[in-house]
Write a protein that binds this ligand. Structure first.
Ligand SMILES: Nc1ncnc2c1ncn2[C@@H]1O[C@H](COP(=O)(O)OP(=O)(O)OP(=O)(O)O)[C@@H](O)[C@H]1O
Ligand SMILES: [Mg+2]
Length: 271
């Protein structure tokens, strides 16, 4: 019983079934059944937590894609063709349902750590791709009403290569870039330096800085958001990805003249 209490998920600590016919025998057999049931429940809970984390992340990105789809279907509604006019409301409704579903699911699930698929690539190219994606993302999908020039200054050396999960790092840059523009920045500057075996990457914006409440709740799933329609997952996801790379994300500085986040990441994946 003592061993079980210390490590209930450890299968090797199973109780030996007693043949005794007295009360102690009954108690020990009941205990064995209870232990087995508890272990199964614990395993299920672990799996559910992992599943929840995956759903939260898929949802986060899916919502952005859906917001773009809503915008496109809005434009379709203006086309003067009877067939288009007939199908657009249905398209619009089903996208809206998906958006609501994503929002609801998000409120139910937590977070976890992502699976890594590292490759060798040039950081400059990745940063450029994120910039292009952010620029081509319709402003409404970013929650920006007024058309605004988004100046994405890629100062990363062309030669600087990195072994990491490219797609996951794309999400980190994209989440940080979105946050900056959503906060009101017009300019985001990305620079990187190799320091020994690590790379330090700075993402600096000229926005108004993080509110005090946002700093207090930084990296807390679902609680960090001060934005309308924000889920408060962007930075949590970014930090999870950095941790999966044995790296870190740090809020280097924030104030009236802007915010800088620093990513520290090993240049090569450890064998
Ligand atoms: N560069 C920034 N400048 C100013 N405020 C920021 C910046 N980055 C983050 N914030 C603040 O931190 C909060 C948390 O950001 P986070 O990306 O985690 O969530 P979110 O953007 O609100 O929602 P989402 O899950 O859609 O990304 C934001 O709501 C915002 O208030
Ligand atoms: Mg965000």
């Amino acid at each position: 019983m003592t061993e079980f209490r210390k490590d209930p998920e450890n299968e090797s600590g199973a109780t030996i079934l007693s043949n005794r016919s007295d009360e102690i025998g009954v108690a020990s057999r009941e205990l064995a059944v209870m232990q087995q049931e508890l272990r199964t429940a614990l395993k299920q809970k672990t799996r559910l937590a992992a599943l929840g984390a995956a759903v939260a992340k898929i949802n986060h990105d899916l919502r952005n894609s859906l917001a773009t789809a809503v915008l496109v279907s809005d434009r379709l509604a203006n086309i003067d063709d009877p067939e288009v006019k007939r199908v657009t409301p249905r398209l619009y409704d089903s996208i809206n349902r998906a958006v609501i579903l994503c929002g609801q699911t998000l409120t139910f699930v937590g977070d976890g750590s992502p699976e890594m698929k590292p490759t060798l690539f040039h950081l400059h190219e990745l940063v450029a791709e994120v910039g292009a994606a952010l620029r081509s993302t319709d402003l409404a999908a970013l929650g920006l009403e007024q058309p605004r020039v988004l100046d994405w200054q890629n100062k990363v050396d062309f030669e600087l290569d990195l072994e990491a999960d490219r797609q996951q790092l794309f999400r980190v840059f994209s989440n940080l870039g979105q946050n900056a523009y959503q906060a009101g920045a017009s300019e985001v500057r990305i620079s990187a330096d190799a320091v020994g075996d690590d790379i330090g990457i700075d993402i600096a914006d000229n926005g108004p800085g993080l509110a005090r409440e946002a700093v207090d709740q930084l990296y807390k799933p679902f609680s960090g958001s001060l934005r309308d329609g924000g889920t408060g997952l962007g930075l949590v996801i970014a930090r999870d990805i950095m941790h999966a790379h044995n790296g870190e994300i740090i809020l280097l500085e924030t104030g009236k003249s802007g915010t800088t986040f620093r990513l520290n990441v090993p240049r090569r994946v450890a064998e």
